[in-house]
Write a protein that binds this ligand. Sequence first.
Ligand code: SF4
Length: 458
Amino acid sequence: MGSNSGNKFLVDAANIVFDLVHRKKIKFNIGKYDFAVNNGKKRYNNQELAKRRAGFIKRETLNNLPELLEQFEKNISSRGAEVFWASDVKQVLSKIEEIVKNENVSSVVKSKSMTTEEIDLNEYFETIGVEPYETDLGEFIVQLEGEKPYHIVTPAMHKSKEDIDALFHRKFNTKEGSTPEELTLFVREYLRQKFCTSELGVTGANFLIADTGSIALTENEGNGLLSMSFPKIHIVIAGIEKIIPSINHLGLFWPLLSSLGTGQQITVYNSIISGPKQQNEVDGPEKMYVILLDNGRTNLYAQKELYQALSCIRCGACLNACPIYKNIGGYTYATTYSGPIGSLITPHFKGIKEFKHLSFASSLCGKCSEVCPVKIPIHNLLLENRRISVEKKYSSSIENFIASSSTFVLSNSKLIDFVNGNVKSFILKPLFKKMTDNMKEIPELPKKSFREEWKKIK
Ligand code: SF4
């Protein structure tokens, strides 16, 4: 594979894949998800049509991305929000630091947001002396454990209820053997005080709505709503691809996101926020900042075909469907976005040379593309990533040698037939075994090729 990340990926994958405890937890949690999503699907007369519409709208949106982002900026600014464009992590963090210093912020409540994971926001807050509190239960659990989210929708998917009980007992001395309900109540009380005292709330955005200048926030616990409405300052950090043209499109995207993401008809809390508190309003933050993050997205946007990956609405369905993800789990990818969509976009966000191996971590079965609510042809685009990495000569010399010698041999039928089956087995068997990390063996090859046998029959 070549790169450091690629080598580490292979080692970690080989280790985790035989971890039966890990496998059991993932199987259980994805099994629950599959059951819910199958039921959710039944609520649609024609979910396929809904997906096609959503895919079409997202592609159209990307075709008009600059104009729609400007429309969003104009509309939300007219209601008092400040919009900041950040091209990379450094810019977004320095803007946040400026706000934190100007407003004397000492603690922050955060709702679940993969974009904030992308910029390692919690770690940054700690370096500047600000206490960050994750308020989504799953995020709260992984933060407590000192981990990163395992999955883009269900951050603590790799933990059983027994793991969480033990973690809470260790950290908060809660009663051993507490039920999930008891632990949830504990967290609710713990966080309530943080909501009331934190000066800053940080959220992501599931959608940025151009025609009304709003952000749409979707969550199941109400913590997102509390994070944006209790503190006096609200910062939204969103990737530029989150834009949709109209508020009317939420009628299509919200149910698709929930039915594919969690199997729900609609997520429990859906908020539309159009700026800070207005003069005639009693609730809401006094100041609102919206940071629009590029961080590699325009690299992807500039590429033919691959730009479609920016249609992703982060439902997580492709992760749950992926046979690779189910076996190696979320942490092996060692990236913010894991699974098929992570393998597709990360090489463009963080560099193809270092992360090209992710595009090879796919069986190309196409299940990811099949489940995607916005019809991203994920497995085809992974192939496109592979093509780019070969074109740029990022493959290792051994891979190049195997590819060129295979091309030579396989395009020369006389040469193939010239070599006896026993010799072919002698050459190919150890090679294949090595390629599969000693996991698989190919059977003995027949002495004569199909072509030779066919000639004889005729
Ligand atoms: S690529 Fe499609 S299936 Fe995967 S997370 Fe994004 S929207 Fe969901």
